[in-house]
Design a binder for this molecule. Sequence first.
Ligand code: BG6
Length: 517
Amino acid sequence: MADNQNLESLHTPGAVFFIFGATGDLARRKLFPAIFSLYREGKLAEDFAVIGVARRPRSQEEFRDDVHRSIEEFCRYKVKDDSEWNTFAEHFSYKSLDINNLEGYRELQQLTEQVEERFGIPGNRLFYLALAPELFGSVSFNLEKGGMLSSSGWHRLVIEKPFGYDLTSAHKLNEELNQVFKEEEIYRIDHYLGKEMVQNIEVIRFANAFFEPLWNNMHISNVQITLSETVGVEERGGYYDHSGALRDMGQNHMLQMLTMIAMEPPSRLIPEDIRDEKVKVLRSLRPYASHEEVKASVVRGQYSEGKQGDKVLPGYRQEDKVNPESNTETYFAAKVLVDNFRWAGVPFYIRTGKRLPVKTTEVVVEFKPMPTNVYLRQKHDLAPNLLVIRVNPMEGIYIKINAKKPGSDSQIEPLAMEFCQSCQIGINSPEAYERLIYDAAQGDSTYFTRWDEVAAAWAFVDKIAAAWAEAPNDIDLYEAGSWGPDAAHELLAKDGFHWWPVNGQDEDNVIWIKNSR
Ligand code: BG6
C-alpha cells in the first residue's frame, strides 16, 4: 500500500503508462524515480501499470532491476523494504519492440490487455515518448495501426522536446501527430514548467498586492533571466552540435519563463485561459527586423578551453562527437522586447550558457530608481529595488530594499530579505517530472506547451537562427568557467544596466536576512 502522507489532492485515474525509450537516460534519471515518488505519496491509483518499451531485449526481472537501481540512485525517496518494492515492481512489465515493426505493436496490445485485466485498468493509456523526435510521427501511426488506441478509455501522448528544429519542421511534425492525436491529447513537455518556482511565479505575481500593481513599465526598468550551467555538452555532443543553446534552451525554457513573468492574469484558472495569455506574450515579442538588429541585440558565444579551480576544461570543439570546426553556440544572451501596453519599453534580457561558473536559474525583476531630484536620492546613491526569483537549484525569492543603517544618522544600506524554500527542513520539493506525469494523467495541460505557443516561439527564434546562418563565423569565444563573452555585458551596459550577480553572490555591502519557514 502506498503511504498517503503529504497527500494533497486526488490520485490519478487508473491507467497504463507506456515509457518508450525505457532503457534510456531520461527514463532512468527522471521518469522511473518520478513514478516511484508519486506512488509513495499516494498520488498514483492502485490500478496503475507501467510498460517499458525499447528495442533492447530485457527479461521482466532485468527490467525491474533497472528500475530499482534508477530509484536507488536518482529518487528523492528510497525504497523502504522488500515488501514495498515487490508490491510496486509488480506493476512493471517490459516489451522489446522495433518501433517500425507493426507486428510488435500488436503484441504490445495483447500484453496491455493482459495487464489491464490483471489490475482492473479501464483502458486509459498514456504514451510517454522519451525518444528522438524524428520517431514521434512513426510511433504515433503504428500505435494506431497496431490497435493500441482502440481501448475504451482516454489516450494521451506525452512528448519530450525538441519539438522540431524550426517552425517548418515543427509544423510538419505537428501535422503528423494530428493525424492520430487531437491537440488536447498531446502533452508537449517543457520540464521547466514543472519546476516548483516557475509555477510559483504566477502565485507570487497574482496573489500579492505588493507586486501586481507595480508589475508594468511604469515601475519596472528591466527583467533579467539567467539559466547558467557548469556542465559542458557531456555525452550529448552529437545532438547538441545540431541544436545549440538557442534551440536547446532558448526556444523553450527561456521563452516559457519569460511568458510566465510577462503574461496578463488569466480570466479563469483553467489550462486554456492560462495558455491563451502565454501565447499572447509570445505573439507580442518584437521580431528582429534585420540581421543587423539581431547582431545588435543577440550575443552568440562558444566555450573555449578554460579552468574550473585547478581542473582544465576542454573547449567545445574538442568535445566528443562535436565537429572540430563547429560554430554551434553554447551561449547566447538576448535583449527581447514585449510590445504590449504593460511592457512597452522594458527590456527583458535573457542569457544561458554551458560551462559558466555556477549552475543556477534566476529571474531578476529590477524596479525603476527613485527620482533623483527629491529627498534621499539627492544625498545617496540608492541601489534599485530587486525582486529575485530563484528557480534552481536553490528555490526561493528575495527582495532587495534600502534601509537605514542602525545607529547611523542617515546612512543607507541595501538589505536583501530572502525566503529560501529549498532550505526548509522536511521540505523536499517534487521534481518537475513528478508534477508533469501527474498532470498528464489527470488531464491537466496547464504546464504543457500548446501548439500555437510552440509555433510562436519558433517564429521568434528562427529570425535569430537565420541571421546567424548568414554569418556563421560571427561567434565570440569565451573561456570555459567564465561568465561568457564580454559582449553580453555590453548588451546591458548600452542601456545603462548590468547583469545582477546570481546565486546570492551579491555585492559585499548587502546585508542578508535569510529565512526559511
Ligand atoms: C534540457 C537541455 O532541456 O535542460 C539541457 O536539453 C540542459 O541541455 C537541461 O542541461 C537543463 O535542465 P535543468 O533542469 O538541469 O536546469
